[in-house]
Design a protein around this ligand. Structure first.
Ligand code: IPE
Ligand code: IPE
Ligand code: MG
Length: 241
């Protein structure tokens, strides 16, 4: 949508995806344990979602835990799961006030039953809210998502619900976890790394990519506006001239 931000008319992307990276380095700079950085990183998420909504973004999708993150030390994985539990509980209480419909993408069957129940409750209580669609990628990997989609698709072909000749890009997208959202026009990755780390592999095919050195716990509204300004400076061609 078009929106005036700081006195300038801007083209605001409908869907922004974020790789929230740099919690560990943020803590290290303060001579604190990594988990201190994760706690700081999770505290700012609510404000960022609210800022995104106010700036005119309709879909915000954040990478919270990847399929690869299980290989971190057990104590860190445990701390992340604890934070996730309290974040989800808080989110259930605040979804309505923040007018956000919350969805989780990724394979949640590997998460503990308590977290799975919180996810179901959060999706249920927020399903009719129409302010912003906030999506959290949990135990998410782009390759894993594609493989799960292929499995579902094969089952439909086997059961006679889908013709092989009817499979095209649009039909395939409907089997992905992101079936109910447009592709992100803009990807933001914090902390200076310039890679995708298995995030939204299919959906990022034509996204603009904004990399910033800011560490995730320091990300804020001004940084989001900088990313939108960057997006406005791009010339989106989709393969044309
Ligand atoms: C991102 O911060 C949070 C998760 C991946 C869960 P990191 O923990 O990756 O922080 P750095 O990259 O080590 O600084
Ligand atoms: C990507 O960050 C995953 C999340 C932000 C959840 P990582 O820090 O785990 O990615 P790599 O290991 O640097 O690629
Ligand atoms: Mg990292």
């Amino acid at each position: 949508m078009k929106k005036e931000i700081n006195g300038v008319l801007m083209n605001v992307p409908e869907h922004v995806a974020i790789i929230m990276d740099g919690n560990g380095r943020w803590a290290k700079k303060r001579h604190m344990p990594r988990n201190y950085g994760h706690a700081a990183g999770s505290r700012i998420v609510e404000t960022i979602v609210r800022d995104a909504y106010e700036l005119g973004i309709r879909y915000l999708t954040v990478y919270a835990f990847s399929t690869e993150n299980w290989s971190r030390p057990e104590s860190e994985v445990k701390a992340l799961m604890k934070l996730l539990e309290s974040y989800l509980t808080d989110c259930i209480a605040k979804a309505k006030k923040n007018n956000m419909r919350v969805r989780v993408i990724g394979d949640i069957s590997r998460l503990n039953p308590k977290i799975q129940a919180l996810i179901r409750e959060l999706e249920e209580v927020s399903k009719d809210l129409d302010g912003i669609q906030f999506t959290i990628a949990l135990n998410y990997g782009g390759r894993d998502e594609i493989v799960r989609a292929v499995r579902k698709l094969c089952a439909d072909v086997r059961d006679g619900n889908l013709e092989e000749s009817g499979i095209d890009e649009k039909r395939f997208s409907a089997y992905l976890d992101t079936f109910d959202m447009p592709d992100p026009e803009l990807l933001i990755r914090t902390s200076g790394e310039q890679r995708i780390s298995n995030y939204l592999l299919w959906q990022l095919a034509y996204s603009e990519m904004y990399f910033t050195d800011v560490l995730w716990p320091d990300f804020n509204r001004e940084e989001m506006i900088r990313a939108i300004e960057f997006y406005n400076g791009r010339n989106r061609r989709f393969g044309g001239v």
